[in-house]
Design a protein around this ligand. Structure first.
Ligand code: SF4
Length: 182
């Protein structure tokens, strides 16, 4: 186990928790250190009070953004269902959304995909929307096409595309590592 430390959800924000970055499937790039090492753990467990909290979240996210362990940290938090704190640059709410997005991508392809590809307007359950937008985007359908067949604004489609790409990157890295391990 690595002796590298990172902030941890605990009763005391000063308590540090060791992430087993050295053990599969969460591997730290050779020579990399978590960017939060040496930072105030409280930043990653923002306190109450809207303004102070917003400032802490923004600072923690900036640190996570330059961390080489970012993706593994996020995967670990998702895997452990961490209830609080900033992990891999994501808040608890963002991780909840991401978890649902990953589930959406893992579901069977939506039966209406072919009709939508042909340009037919078919109602899609909001629950399935992210998976549908992602699959149609990967198949090369353009923004105006997606807006038309799904009856969505470009802003909504773009938001779903960004979320879909992020969730897909995590799913793909897990699948790649599973293949490498066999
Ligand atoms: S992603 Fe953020 S919380 Fe995770 S190890 Fe890196 S700096 Fe620390």
């Amino acid at each position: 186990m690595s002796d590298r430390t990172t902030p941890s959800p605990s009763n005391s924000a000063q308590t540090r928790h060791r992430i087993p970055f050295g053990s599969p499937p969460y591997r730290l790039p050779r020579g990399a250190l978590p960017a939060c090492q040496g930072e105030d753990p409280e930043l990653f467990f923002p306190s109450a009070g809207y303004e102070k909290r917003q400032e802490q979240v923004a600072r923690a996210k900036r640190i996570c953004a330059r961390c080489l362990c970012n993706r593994d940290c996020l995967r670990l938090a998702l895997h452990n269902d961490e209830p609080v704190g900033i992990w891999g640059g994501c808040t608890t709410t963002e991780r909840r959304v991401l978890r649902n997005d990953i589930r959406s991508l893992r579901r069977e392809p939506h039966p209406a995909l072919r009709s939508l590809e042909r340009g037919e307007t078919v109602p899609v359950d909001p629950f399935d929307l992210l998976g549908v937008v992602h699959r149609l985007t990967v198949r090369g359908l353009t923004m105006p096409w997606l807006c038309k067949v799904l009856n969505l604004t470009p802003e909504t489609v773009l938001r779903l595309q960004i979320r879909g790409a992020r969730a897909a990157a995590l799913v793909e890295s897990e699948q790649r590592e599973a293949r490498e391990a066999t």
